[in-house]
Write a protein that binds this ligand. Structure first.
Ligand SMILES: NC(=O)c1ccc[n+]([C@@H]2O[C@H](COP(=O)([O-])OP(=O)(O)OC[C@H]3O[C@@H](n4cnc5c(N)ncnc54)[C@H](OP(=O)(O)O)[C@@H]3O)[C@@H](O)[C@H]2O)c1
Length: 313
């Protein structure tokens, strides 16, 4: 099959031929229609996380995707050839075919009213946002600051926080202000032009209830406490310092995506009926898949929402 292939850490991905995965017991073999790229993909192939999550080469990147079931492994009785699905796959999705476990909570049926490209944009970022919102326990009327709101996870975290009744404050450049307001953000702080802490203290002198930080690590993450109310909750999608480094009255969560049964179906259904906006910043043809990964990593290439790669014909 055709796939985007990486031959070693730090090497560029290129299109080549690789053996098609064989369907295993309990798995579905899916003919991909679209894939989304995520920061984890470039972290894996660059070697940034090789001590934590080593990979073997040749390696096909991509974990998010949507497509049509071509073969059903023994025991995956709820599924049929021809079913349209979305999810997080066990093999690389920047390929013509990929495998997904039928028992995985990160697999869902694709609603008819959601096209494959929008469906592929949902799984990793949407499920991470769900995990974050569960940890943050956002309640009606709370002030929630989202740092890194313009990217994939921010797209969904912003809307889920708003749907739970929060007043959402988000970081974003001035060109993204209208977009963030469309997602339900009340106040946009242009992190490129002003100091976030100074601005936040000016606008919210008594602090916010929740900070969702998708960007900072180390001391910068600890400084989020400076814009929070006593008793507030900080949720980070990245690992951070020892929790004893924060003031006692701040609850800190470093989350890892954890999908509960029904989460992905719920997100896909809400997206299909227009209750959840799915922003696709750019769509790439399969031959430009390596460019999608490079663009996502490059701070000079602005990312809004998700980057999507169409499957190889
Ligand atoms: N723990 C987990 O299970 C988990 C799961 C998913 C993701 N993550 C991690 O969470 C992070 C965010 O993921 P993502 O998918 O949302 O990434 P993304 O789609 O690349 O979005 C990142 C966004 O952050 C913005 N940004 C960059 N620097 C910023 C700054 N200094 N202040 C405010 N915003 C800034 C970028 O916008 P501009 O273009 O305006 O700079 C971009 O839109 C990544 O590091 C990812 O690896 C962790």
């Amino acid at each position: 099959m055709k796939a985007l292939i990486v031959q070693g850490y730090g090497q560029d991905a290129s299109i080549g031929q690789i053996d098609m995965p064989h369907v295993r017991d309990g798995y579905l073999l899916v003919r991909m229609q679209a894939a989304a790229v995520n920061p984890w993909d470039y972290k894996l192939i660059s070697g940034m996380v090789k001590d934590l999550s080593p990979i073997t080469f040749p390696y096909v990147p991509g974990m998010d995707g949507a497509g049509v079931v071509l073969e059903v492994g023994a025991g995956a009785d709820e599924w049929n050839k021809g079913d349209a699905v979305l999810g997080m796959f066990a093999t690389g999705t920047l390929a013509q075919y990929a495998l997904i476990s039928a028992a995985d909570t990160r697999l869902a049926r694709k609603p008819d009213d959601l096209d494959f490209e929008h469906a592929a944009a949902v799984p990793e970022a949407g499920l991470t946002a769900k995990t974050i919102l569960r940890a943050a326990n956002v309640r009606d009327g709370q002030d929630v600051l989202i740092i890194g709101a313009t990217g994939g996870v921010g797209l969904y975290a912003t809307q889920l926080a708003k749907a739970q009744g929060a007043c959402v404050i988000a970081t974003g450049k001035s060109e993204d202000a209208d977009y963030l307001q469309r997602l339900g953000v009340t106040n946009v702080i242009d992190y490129a032009c002003v100091d976030l802490t100074t601005q936040m203290r000016k606008r919210y002198p008594s602090g916010v209830d929740v900070v969702i930080d998708l960007i900072n690590t180390g001391d910068a993450l600890i400084r989020d406490a400076d814009v929070m109310r006593r008793g507030g909750t900080l949720v980070s999608s990245l690992f951070g310092p020892d929790k004893r480094a924060y003031p006692n009255d701040i609850t800190v969560h470093y989350i890892q995506l954890q999908a509960q049964k029904g989460d992905l179906e719920g997100l896909a259904r809400r997206a299909a009926i227009g209750e959840l906006q799915v922003e696709i910043g750019r769509t790439y043809e399969f031959v430009d898949g390596a460019q999608a990964l490079a663009d996502l990593r490059d701070p000079a290439k602005h990312t809004r929402g998700k980057l999507i790669v169409r499957a190889a014909p």
